[in-house]
Write a protein of this length. Structure first.
Ligand SMILES: [Zn+2]
Length: 349
């Protein structure tokens, strides 16, 4: 299957009542791990790259690895998504390269650190939508600011500093025409999300449900949604790591989100932990080994395992064969003739 539009993946997920994991990648092994997990569980999937990933791997390597993934797994719908575009120019460069969707994170100024005003966010996001849709490319916006920092991107601080206001979410969706909306409900980027198992005082699932009630057809996106499982933390620390005890977003909370309009779930930290734990284990148990394949193979397998588990938990497993890819040119037509709506359905308070 060619690389497909994230819009199609999310529309299908809404029809099927499931969520789609969006897994971050920086290299070949991570792409291979995700594709093998998708094959194993028969899942449609979103593979995403941040600005940091694009700089690390270089755009051309990334893009051609993604083309290889699409070619090698014709039965799997796979989208290539830009995670946290910081500016109009970054989004345009991703679209020119061949990404099938972009996130314009206008919640922050282009420095990727300072919270932007609502009007700035609307303006830059709308500008990206106006460029992207005629080219058949879907756009994710963000309203409210996530906590933490990842890949140098983020406002830092707690996820509770700038949670999403439901009225602003409605206005933002109406004025920008985004395909999906990332909301801030207390989650943070990185491994250190919560200092205890999160309850309603730190993870605002009630707010998510409120936003979903106002925007019942809008695809919501949960960022910073690694679960940071104890067993993966333990493997890292057992083999010489020094992670402080931490808690991620419990899978059951993500599943509650999926019941309430969440269609895209961003996961990065869990993959990182799985890879690092597997590599540390090889280094400690067999220090005589020096062939990178000796530790990259188990690393890849460990990431595949956690990704396959998430695919099953998010409900996307089993859905790869539900539909055929719509070409990006036809997606563009759909935006033009209105078959792909960009006007959100809004319910009264
Ligand atoms: Zn994010």
């Amino acid at each position: 299957m060619p690389l497909v539009s994230t819009r199609q993946l999310l529309d299908e997920a809404a029809k099927g009542g499931y969520g789609v994991g969006a897994f971050n990648v920086n290299n070949m092994e991570q792409i291979q791990a995700i594709m093998e997990a998708a094959k194993e569980t028969n899942s449609p999937v979103i593979i995403q790259a941040s600005r940091g990933a694009r700089a690390y791997a270089q755009d051309k390597y990334l893009y051609h690895l993604m083309l290889a993934a699409a070619e090698l797994y014709p039965e799997i719908p796979v989208a290539m998504h830009l995670d946290h575009g910081n500016s109009y120019e970054t989004c345009v460069s991703a679209i020119e390269l061949g990404f099938t969707s972009v996130m314009m994170d206008g919640s922050l100024k282009p420095d990727g650190k300072t919270p932007a005003t609502f009007e700035e966010n609307v303006a830059v996001t709308k500008k990206v939508v106006d460029y992207a849709h005629p080219r058949g490319i879907a756009v994710e916006g963000e309203i409210g600011v996530l906590g933490g920092v990842e890949d140098g991107h983020g406002a830092g601080g707690s996820g509770l500093d700038h949670v999403t206001d439901p009225d602003q979410a409605v206005e933002f969706a109406e004025r920008t025409g985004v395909d999906s909306l990332a909301i801030a409900i207390g989650t943070s980027h990185g491994a250190y999300k919560f200092t205890k198992k999160p309850d309603g005082s730190v993870l605002k699932m009630d707010l998510l449900i409120k936003i979903h009630h106002r925007l019942p057809k809008t695809h919501l996106v949960m960022h910073g949604s690694s679960s940071v499982p104890q067993d993966l933390q333990d493997i890292v620390n057992k083999f010489g790591g020094k992670l402080k005890q931490t808690w991620g977003v419990p899978v059951e909370e993500i599943q509650l989100g999926i019941k309430n309009g969440v269609r895209k779930v961003n996961v990065d930290t869990d993959s990182r932990l799985a890879i690092t734990g597997a590599i540390r284990k090889v280094f400690v148990e067999t220090p005589e080994k020096f062939d990178p394949r000796d530790y990259l193979k188990p690393a890849r397998a460990a990431m595949q395992k956690v990704v396959a588990l998430r695919m099953t938990q998010f409900g996307q497993a089993g859905h790869a064969g539900d539909y055929k890819a719509i070409s990006i040119a036809d997606i563009a037509k759909g935006y033009k003739d209105g078959t792909l709506s960009t006007k959100p359905e809004v319910a009264k308070k």
